[in-house]
Design a protein around this ligand. Structure first.
Ligand code: GLV
Length: 309
């Protein structure tokens, strides 16, 4: 009986320590040092090599190492009979909301511009907006989107959300489905993308969508690079339809050095740091799911294969 961690983009020592702190008897292996594949019953996965997940004959469950599971569903050989869980963590939601709120204030109060002006020793004030005059539209009203909406409304922003199914919230008007999309977009001065990446949402941030926003809207993408059509964003900024964008996610990460976003004066680049899973905060739910999988019980935060999130 063993847990295999497949993830090669970070130091896994904190993960092993956090999991062992809950149960030091658990046998944890790191791919590709997996030992006997028959002993692997649970996999913690982040951007695995496609095709390998079907190799483990006694695999009982897979969990994503983060909130997103698009990296799993992108594998054409994903074993669909194995239940999949994702991370749902208040700390992840808190960090995401804090980051997006920071970007919103940076935009409406021109904070980055003042840092540039300081470099030129220039004392100059810029026009600004206050929260109650700003309408923020959040695409994706899951755990992260709902947390953000609540916090923005406490600050005083006008908040709306766009979701796949009906939601009654006191602090935000929620628009539902394709038919409500135009009304949602026309009321969003700042558009925040927090959607899961699925075949339905891929390339959703495109020219046709941007055209439906109010003039000089600002885009924040903290979901996945695959949501955004990069060229359409640049064209819309050039046409002054979109004022600019704060982007934490990209089609290719790290963003290639020759990508035009790097040099674009109206685009702020962040290296996928909006919200990073904290091993100590999420280890209990992972071990809980491991034990559930061994007992044949339903997983916490199970992902639907049909919806892809
Ligand atoms: C990060 O991008 C995540 O999916 O947790």
């Amino acid at each position: 009986m063993a847990i295999l961690i497949i993830c090669d983009d970070r130091d896994l020592t904190p993960w092993i320590n956090a999991l062992k702190a809950i149960d030091h008897n658990i046998d944890i292996r790191i791919y590709p040092e997996e030992g006997d594949i028959k002993e692997i019953e649970f996999i913690i996965c982040w951007k695995h090599p496609y095709g390998i997940l079907k190799r483990y004959p006694n695999l009982k469950a897979i969990t994503s190492l983060g909130a997103g599971v698009d990296h799993l569903f992108a594998d054409p050989d994903l074993p669909l009979n194995i239940p999949i869980a994702r991370i749902v963590d208040p700390e992840l939601a808190q960090a995401m909301s804090e980051f997006v709120i920071g970007l919103i204030f940076n935009h409406i109060r021109s904070l980055s511009d003042y840092i540039q002006l300081q470099k030129q020793k220039t004392w100059k004030s810029k026009p600004f907006n206050i929260a109650r005059n700003v309408r923020v539209g959040i695409m994706g009203m899951g755990i992260l989107g709902t947390d953000l909406a609540r916090k923005l409304s406490v600050i005083g922003f006008q908040v709306s959300g766009w979701a796949q199914s009906k939601k009654e919230l006191e602090f935000a008007q929620v628009y539902v489905g394709d038919s409500d999309l135009p009304a949602f977009l026309s009321g969003s001065n700042i558009l925040v993308c927090l959607l899961p990446l699925t075949p339905k949402t891929k390339n959703i941030l495109n020219k046709k969508l941007f055209e439906q926003l109010p003039d000089q809207a600002y885009l924040i993408n903290v979901a996945r690079g695959g949501h955004l059509v990069d060229e359409d964003l640049m064209e819309m900024i050039d046409r002054k339809k979109i004022a600019g964008a704060g982007l934490d996610v990209f089609r290719q990460e790290p963003l290639p050095l020759d990508h035009p976003f790097w040099e674009h004066p109206s685009i702020s680049i962040f290296p996928h740091i909006a919200s990073i899973t904290n091993p100590i905060s999420v280890a209990p739910q992972i071990i809980d799911n491991y034990k559930r999988a061994l007992r044949g019980q339903p997983l916490l935060n199970k992902v639907s294969v049909d919806s892809g999130y």
